[in-house]
Design a protein around this ligand. Sequence first.
Ligand SMILES: *Cc1c(COP(=O)(O)O)cnc(C)c1O
Length: 428
Amino acid sequence: MSTKRSESLFQEAQKYIPGGVNSPVRAFQSIGSVPRFIRSADGARMTDEDGQEYIDYVCSWGPMILGHNHPAIRESVVEAASRGLSYGAATEMEVRMAKLICEMVPSIEMVRMVNSGTEAVMSAIRAARGFTGRDKIVKFNGCYHGHSDGLLVKAGSGVMTAGVPDSSGVPDGCTRDTLTADYNNLESVKELFERWDGQIAAVIVEPVGANMGVVLPEEGFLSGLRALCDENGSLLIFDEVITGFRLKADGAQGYFGVRPDLTTFGKIIGAGMPVGAYGGRRDVMSVVSPVGAVYQAGTLSGNPVAMAAGFTQLTLLKDHPEWYQELNARAARLFGGIGRLLKEYEIPAVLNTVGSLGCVFFTPDAVIDYASAKRSDTKAFSDYANHMYDHGIYVAPSQFEAMFVSMAHGDAEIQETLDVVEEYLKEK
Ligand SMILES: *Cc1c(COP(=O)(O)O)cnc(C)c1O
């Protein structure tokens, strides 16, 4: 497959954009390959600037759950755009959007729209701190909550110490109140609550870890967090930027039956437009300005074109609950097929999946947290990923990202994908 035009665009991009990309994973650095510059996308497929077509399992990192270029979503965007792109004033669509989210997700009594998942999380944490009057938060190693200063902490220090920033440019002071625990390890959270008694505002968690590959919550983990937060007067925040509207219409909280106090959304909620949201208990959300003293604002928040896209996608999902069974059945065909092939060719790899999210880890051992995910053979992943790109399958260019299946992935796409996977494993 030719990558000539992508290569030359990447060369030029690096002169004007740091690393040639506007978000690091897009540089394909971890698999040592050329980032494909995409020209267009439709349904389950994307076409790059060299005219190569790919079956897409990144789906813009989740938003395109109904496939690319969905006609109803596109039309709603065109219609909204024809009435002006932004007013910086209240609109009817924002009311309809907020009401729809509250109807779809029972734990959401009030919601505020923002422009990204990062902003949603940053704001939810500010609200939690304002509501509880406490400063400390607990996050889990390997969970990603956007790139705001206080959350760029994953590991390093043990569970008893305060966080150390992962990124240069983040002062230690910004992460002093970020405590880290291990995913699927309630004991590590309990220890933090004992050590920092009465000082923890909130525990934030991805109800399915989807930024260290895919890591499922073990039985009792999420309900255990709920109980620990209740015992300690802390809030439980589910970061459902990936799982929201994906596992079910009411997200991972509906799927696992655990009710958080606050939830953050992104990705699917904007259908491909830059949208995020945070919401939850009415008493907590009532601390947000202009009702309460927690300041949070946004020039383009609730943007009419973005709202039109998100509203149309969420309405379609709400009106077709049966689509989730269909989507998950398609994903099960794909992941089930990959699982069988890994076994047949005796590849030392494990497959973690839930609903339409999945990840092949190139390690023989169970992956249940950050430490076990990191044991994966990233060189083996990189060989596999490059084979996939070379044969028209667009997977995430990193071992530590999920595969996303959409409603546009039909039997033909899934079979074609399994054939490419088999061709690769056969040679191993
Ligand atoms: C993508 C993601 C974010 C950040 O969202 P952006 O829109 O990229 O700022 C936060 N949390 C989770 C769980 C995510 O997957």
